[in-house]
Design a protein around this ligand. Sequence first.
Ligand code: NAP
Length: 246
Amino acid sequence: MHVLILGGTSEARQVATGLHPGVRVTSSLAGRVTRPVLPPGETRIGGFGGAGGLAQWLREHEVDVLIDATHPFAGTISFNAASAAATAHVPLLALRRPGWVAGEGDDWHPADSLEQAAAMLPALGQRIFLTTGRMGLAAFAALDGLWFLARSVDAPHPPYPLHMETLLDRGPFSLEGERALLHDHRIDVLVTKDSGGPATAAKLTAAREAGLPVVVVRRPPVPGGVPVARSAEEAVRWVRDRQGAA
Ligand code: NAP
């Protein structure tokens, strides 16, 4: 059995670890990060050239099962995966960690897009901690009256806000560290995607403790008709069940 995992997340690496070496696993990365953490098994890096290219790859490499374990906000590749799997007649499973849920004391402001999040900021504060990743910074570029601390794995490229400090770092992040960061930079608003998962959740607790508003960008939908697993273990079980049935 040959499993292709569309990755770029810690869950994707966990699935590869759970299947390798008993199952042939190829993990695919987009190539956005300079020094990615590589999963066990085979790896390929770079785009496929759209849904058609991915369907061709599935056929040429005799892929039996496709797992879309990309980040919840990587919407294009997920739709390409659904289309390519249908074309190549390869079973597809989407792995999506659950989103975060607001608790008592949280002051969350949902937004449907980064642009909508940006439009909300002037009414909420002046010193913004942006944790939405370097690729979406253009949405905030026109906000010259605000100061930003932007955290990302690799250095961002313009356009980005005029008054912006960059913090290059990769999760997981500790609660202690997040508390100190909010305090030291006198942050008064946090902006995050609803990425879910424990690795980057401490900022939400730190914001709640400090009484800060949090703008939470909602996830794009999973393509219709695609079964969804909520954890790497569930995805590994799904593959093993199919292997057993084959
Ligand atoms: P995207 O907008 O959904 O995808 C844009 C294009 O990048 C796709 O059409 C595809 O190119 C290529 N691509 C994306 N993921 C790929 C993969 N795993 N393997 C091969 N090609 C891939 O994705 P994105 O938001 O730019 O994210 C890129 C990657 O970073 C994803 O793999 C995702 O898991 C990871 N990531 C994203 C975020 C986020 O917030 N968006 C956060 C953390 C990690 P072709 O059309 O040429 O095939």
